[in-house]
Ligand binder design. Structure first.
Ligand code: PLP
Length: 363
């Protein structure tokens, strides 16, 4: 699709029609034409020198949307979470996380250089067991001091489950009573807001800091925003430089993120509806497959009773025109996003049906 720019006509690359249905992740979403338009018109600043106007605009606006004082544009949500942790803790302290949280499972390698200990608390559908959390926050004997409690919503490993607002409020109260801060890994926080029918700020209310990924359902090419109190974010700005995350002419990327934050939230409801259709369609096949019933845009499909593991399933589905990811040995993860329309969901269901027909029934 051509876009008329100030000085150029740009041919925007569009995802291949007729190619495989890609449910590997919502990170595969391409920028929208409006994003390209805004990127092309973004003034060129230097965020490592004297500041970039679009990055500043994105930071201020995202902070406001999340109900926080200030924001910080960072290259990834992983870095946003890391900066949140570093800005609110001291070496030798601990960070408490639900045991299946992304920060615990996929990001805790950072503990090898942050000098922090990551303590997992068992949970259900992404929500920590509050009795265990209470014990952790009330240390007896020789325990590490807790600096930060982390929450995640929607919860990636829990199949996109959304934390109830009351749960978040309880965690926040328990932590604050002891001077412990709360961070929300809100990579998909807009999905949680859409599911709950509340504003993103309402979801982020029970926290000090919150991260938001711009490159998942919001469709920007890269980036995330960390939002929180002014002093914490200023500390975060220094930490970002130390980590090599201060970028130069970053307004071009911030422009796409700004478009995402402004316009892409409400349409996530479509992804949720299609995820539900996928789940219903797979469960209706009457096979040994079992799909989770999604609250948001992630469906987990249990293949443990099919006589094939998730790796074999990924290969077979690939041949049938569907890309999915293994989630452990027994499950597949399918994620809906802007480039998956109703027809793609029907093709995905047919792919599952095709593979089931190919493999012998388990004895
Ligand atoms: C994807 C994801 C991240 C990391 O985001 P990146 O931008 O890829 O670094 C963090 N937390 C959760 C819950 C995620 O789903």
């Amino acid at each position: 699709m051509p876009v008329q720019g100030a000085t150029a006509t740009l041919a925007i690359p569009t995802p291949d029609e007729g190619s495989k249905v890609d449910l590997r992740s919502d990170t595969v979403t391409h920028p929208t034409p409006a994003m390209y338009e805004r990127m092309m018109r973004a003034p060129i600043g230097d965020d490592g020198l004297d500041g970039d106007p679009t990055a500043r605009e994105l930071e201020a606006e995202t902070a406001q949307v999340l109900g926080k004082d200030a924001g910080l544009f960072v290259p990834s949500c992983t870095m946003a979470n890391l900066i949140a942790i570093l800005a609110q803790s001291q070496r030798g302290e601990q960070v408490v996380l639900e045991a299946n949280a992304h920060i615990y499972n996929s990001e805790r390698g950072s503990g090898t250089f942050t000098g922090l200990f990551y303590l997992p608390v068992p949970g259900t559908a992404g929500a920590m067991d509050l009795d265990v959390l209470e014990d952790v926050l009330n240390p007896t004997g020789h325990r590490l001091k807790t600096a930060l409690v982390g929450l995640e919503t929607s919860h990636n490993n829990a199949g996109g489950a959304v934390l109830p607002l009351e749960h978040m409020e309880k965690v926040h109260q328990m932590a604050h009573r002891r001077g412990v801060r709360v961070h929300i890994d809100g990579a998909r926080l807009f999905n949680a807001a859409v599911y709950l029918g509340v504003t993103p700020a309402e979801v982020a209310r029970s926290s000090d800091t919150v991260s938001l990924c711009l490159s998942k359902g919001l469709s920007a090419p890269v980036g995330a925003v960390l939002a929180g109190p002014k002093a914490t974010i200023e500390k975060g700005r220094t930490l970002r430089r130390m980590l090599g995350g201060a970028q130069r002419q970053v307004g071009i990327m911030a422009a796409a993120g700004l478009e995402g934050v402004r316009t892409m939230g409400p349409r996530l409801a479509e992804d949720h509806r299609r995820a539900r259709r996928l789940s219903d369609g797979v469960n209706a096949l009457g096979t040994p497959l079992s799909a989770s019933v999604p609250q948001t845009n992630i469906v987990q499909v249990d293949v443990s009773r099919t006589g094939r593991d998730s790796g074999a399933w990924v290969d077979l589905l690939d041949d049938a025109g569907l890309l999915a990811r293994p989630w452990g040995r027994q499950r597949l993860r399918c994620v809906t996003h802007r480039q998956i329309d109703d027809a793609a969901i029907e093709r995905a269901i047919v792919a599952f049906k095709t593979v089931i027909a190919q493999i012998p029934a388990p004895v």
